[in-house]
Design a protein around this ligand. Structure first.
Ligand code: ARG
Ligand code: ZN
Length: 882
């Protein structure tokens, strides 16, 4: 059944107060709910009865209405809910149900993770706990009592503040929590178990003392300090940059092993995937540390952008997610290197989100319809949503944007609102007209800009002409032009930025300021921008900082690109020039390879890399990024038809050539970056390790034994996970099979007691491009280290193979496709959310040649025909076959 945004109606009833009582027993949990309800004065209809959401699996014991026991003629069970035939205008409804957290493998609602009870209610998990109006525009004050065995569940948590506690019979105890802030059910949380915690304290700028507690299993207690420091930094940052303060006396985070996504912003009680909160130098890579910092901040920022101001309905998901991703990205940029963070975000967007925009599930950041909302926690809603907020920031400027966010938060505090309300607040506070900009919310697809230029020496005029187009997406054949901020600079032949007049500054301040980066505002299908007083033909630096989520084509020569690589004042575009040069060279070699021509690498790339390697003034993190060739995923995204084998072969060929040509420089950079300081996840140290490991990767591409020894030494001597895992990965993926087997075994023996490290071990093997990986993966599914019910294991091993190992996944005997379909069919019953995410690589069949297309479609069809499908899997598979 398809749900449409246009069908939105306000709720007929409201729930002023929700009183819950959970009795956690060994085989079952009893949930008592007391709802104080009344008709919604804003609702035109006055239905006689009441319909509540509620999962089929809820076992209903009793219902009372204003303390009168209802009998079976007063109500009926619906497919996914409960209908009470007649209710007064205001009433108290009490229900009692039994649920089975132990059997909950979908990990939605109340479930068990390694002995801990925990909940995941977003988006529609609360209806698996009790009958309710499970929609975000119904906000209620919650009080929650939990009762359980005292020795097995000494810690029992819910939202808000603890207000009462006591002992009960049979060695049991209870606690009551009250959350004073009205909230939708999706922000409800409950946790119970033998959890340990670390505690700190934070005083808000307004003087509120907040207890900060992070809970985890005893064995992980030593891995919580980084999350705590990140939380404190995020709280300070949100006060300084957005003027947002925390609003309860306690803030809790709980780490659990079984979790479908990264983390959840439940009011005052975040539940986190261990992978996004635990960190220690021995077990966590630099990327892991940065993920912890970013996700802790993301969930904290949701307290305002999500909880205090929430979504009216789930079509508005990007209202909170896009804005919050933008906020956490800016936080990470401020804490670390801004340019590096931007490069990483853009690389992710251009591979994963652009591919989604070009696939069968393409949707605007404000979708018009869905079958299953869980399928819309996407790169588009999150990452493109963040880019859209970033463009508003760019168009308005930091100051007006802050006024807009202040207005948004004050105008809508305590409300459930729409993306339109957000844009309106930005308009009202800034005086800017964003009418045309709104197309970004309703149109899917990645716009393509074609840029051309001309220089007229006589009149000293330079003209840039920009055309835009956007490919058709499902249900949207033609698109109106977008309002696109294109940040540009012009470089003279010395590599200096030319001074440009800033059009915006002229309008708002009546003074012409001279700037070197100008925001061109593209509205039309085709527009020409003129620059006067330009003495010589400049080299344009286009889309600085990736000012819009678009593809941009301009006929750069390879000379232009090497020039920009070393001179552009915009750090992002220096990297982008290197990527463009790499793409250009790789694409022409891919063409040669497909035409059976001999491959010869153009000198330009090695020369450009040599310059970069020699320049000690550069940020090592950026050097590492520049030296990294465009990924197979990015080359695939850019290809007209994806030739997996050609891309893989040619990229390896170029890596080998570069390694041979630059061996001396790579080795000396490797050595210069070697240092045995105690580990620290600061930007400079991360940069040093990143560059060192990029060099190591190239060195092994020379296929010289001495470099293998170097990698093995690094593996054995590293005092941190970043270096040891990088060495492991490089050795395994370089095809030194004997050495690989030995160190994989050693690594496992050393880390078998650390699930998150074991996950890395699984994914290093699953993503191995060497032959024979699929049978390895199948064998690993029988290993103790694997568990089909744990999403982190599934992601590491199965998605590690299907999403990170294109050559093996796309094997021409269809073995990879069949394997994936088998796993999707199994998971469809166990965990529909994970199953539907796993299908993604198969859904992209249109991008490959007909032979692969047919094989991929056959497996999608096999899933379709495999029996009763969850809504999640059905939506993705049926849309891909449509
Ligand atoms: N709101 C959470 C976040 O972005 C993610 C929600 C998880 N949703 C789900 N359907 N499992 O931080
Ligand atoms: Zn979020």
């Amino acid at each position: 059944e398809v749900i449409y945004l246009k069908d939105y109606q306000v709720p007929s009833f409201l729930i002023d107060q929700t009183e819950l009582r959970f009795e956690l027993e060994s085989e079952r949990t009893i949930v008592n709910a007391k709802l104080t309800m009344r008709r919604n004065p804003d609702c035109q209809q006055k239905p006689q009865g009441l319909e509540l959401h509620g999962d089929k699996a809820l076992q209903l014991y009793r219902i009372t209405l204003n303390e009168q026991l209802l009998n079976e003629s007063d109500y009926q069970r619906l497919d996914e809910g409960l209908q009470i035939f007649t209710v007064p205008d205001a009433f108290v409804l009490e229900t009692q149900v039994e649920i089975h957290p132990d059997q909950n493998t979908a990990l939605e609602g109340l479930y068990r993770s390694e002995g801990f009870y925990c909940t995941q209610c977003e988006a529609e998990g609360f209806r698996r706990i009790t009958f309710y109006l499970d929609r975000p525009d119904v906000m209620s004050v919650f009080s929650t009592t939990i009762e359980a065995d005292k020795s097995a569940y000494p810690v029992m948590l819910s939202n808000g503040n603890p207000v009462a506690t006591g002992d009960a019979d049979n060695g049991r105890h209870w606690i009551t929590w009250e959350d004073p802030h009205p909230k939708p059910a999706y922000l409800f949380a409950l946790v119970a178990g033998d959890l340990k915690m670390i505690e700190d304290q934070y005083t808000t700028s307004g003087g509120r003392d907040v207890a900060l507690r992070i809970y985890a299993a005893d064995k992980d207690l030593d891995k919580l300090d980084y999350a705590m420091q990140s939380l404190i930094n995020a709280m300070r940052w949100d006060e300084q940059v957005y003027g947002r303060e925390y609003d309860l006396d306690i803030y809790m985070i709980v780490a659990v092993d079984f979790f479908n996504m990264g983390a959840m912003e439940n009011k005052g009680l975040n539940v986190f995937n261990t992978s996004c909160v635990l960190a220690s130098p021995e077990t966590t890579t630099d990327a892991g540390f940065q993920r912890v910092e970013g996700v802790v901040a993301h969930e904290y920022f949701h307290n305002w952008s999500g909880n205090r101001v929430t979504c009216r309905d789930w079509f508005q998901l990007s209202l909170k997610e896009g804005f919050t991703v933008f906020r956490d990205a800016e936080f990470s940029a401020d804490m670390n290197s801004r340019t590096v963070k931007r490069v990483e975000n853009v690389a992710l967007l251009r591979t994963a989100q652009f591919a989604e925009d070009a696939g069968p599930m393409a949707h605007p950041i404000l979708p018009a319809s869905f079958i299953e909302i869980s399928n819309f926690y996407t790169m588009t809603i999150y990452e493109k949503g963040a880019e859209v907020v970033r463009m508003i920031h760019t168009l308005l400027g930091a100051e007006a944007f802050r006024k807009g966010s202040d207005l948004y938060f004050s105008r809508h505090d305590g409300q459930a609102v729409t993306t339109e309300d957000f844009v309106k607040a930005m308009e009202d506070a800034s005086g800017r007209d964003l009418t045309h900009f709104r197309n970004w919310y309703n149109q899917a697809g990645t716009p393509v800009l074609a840029v051309s230029d001309e220089f007229d020496a006589a009149s000293q005029t330079y003209r840039l002409t920009i055309s835009q187009s956007c490919p058709a997406t499902p249900g949207q054949d033609t698109k109106a032009p977008f309002h696109i901020p294109v940040a540009i600079g012009l470089l003279d032949s010395q590599g200096e930025d030319l001074l440009l007049s800033d059009g915006e500054a002229q309008i708002t301040t009546q003074v012409t300021t001279q700037v070197t980066t100008q925001i061109l505002e593209l509205h039309e299908t085709r527009q020409t921008f003129e620059f006067s007083g330009i003495a010589e033909r400049p080299v344009p630096s286009l889309l600085r900082g990736f000012s819009a989520p678009v593809k941009l084509n301009y006929p750069y020569t390879r000379e232009n690109l090497t020039f920009l690589m070393s001179h552009d004042s915009d750090g992002f575009n220096r990297w982008e020039a290197a990527q463009k040069l790499g793409v250009d060279i790789l694409q022409s070699l891919i063409k040669d390879y497909r035409n059976d021509k001999k491959l010869i690498l153009d000198k330009q790339l090695a020369e450009a890399f040599k310059v970069v390697l020699a320049d000690e003034s550069l940020d090592k993190a950026m050097v590492a990024k520049v030296l990294t060739l465009p990924s197979e995923a990015y080359l695939s995204e850019l290809a007209e038809e994806i030739d997996v084998d050609a891309i893989h072969h040619v990229r390896n060929f170029v890596r080998h050539q570069l390694a041979v040509q630059l061996e001396t420089q790579l080795l000396s950079t490797y050595q210069a970056c070697t240092c045995d300081d105690t580990y620290s996840p600061d930007a400079a140290s991360i940069a040093r390790r990143a560059l060192r490991n990029v060099c190591l990767g190239y060195l092994l591409a020379t296929e010289k034994q001495e470099h293998l020894e170097l990698a093995l030494a690094q593996f054995h001597e590293a005092n941190n996970m970043t270096d040891s895992q990088a060495a492991l990965n490089i050795v395994v993926h370089s095809g030194y099979q004997k050495a690989a087997e030995v160190i994989l075994e050693q690594f496992y023996l050393r880390w078998s007691h650390e699930p998150l490290v074991v996950n890395q071990w699984l994914s290093v093997q699953a993503s191995n491009p060497q032959a024979g990986t699929l049978s390895q993966v199948k064998a690993l599914m029988q290993h103790d280290a694997f568990n089909m019910r744990n999403p982190n294991k599934v992601r590491s091993l199965i998605a590690g193979f299907s999403a990170l190992n294109p050559v093996n996944f796309h094997a021409l005997d269809a073995s990879g496709y069949m394997f994936l379909a088998d796993q999707v069919i199994t998971l469809n019953n166990l965990n529909p959310q994970i199953a539907s995410r796993l299908v993604t690589p198969l859904t992209r069949w249109k991008r490959y040649n007909t032979e692969r297309q047919e094989m991929m479609k056959a497996q999608l069809q096999r899933i379709m025909d495999s029996g009763e499908l969850s809504r999640d899997v059905f939506e993705v598979v049926s849309k891909s076959l449509a």
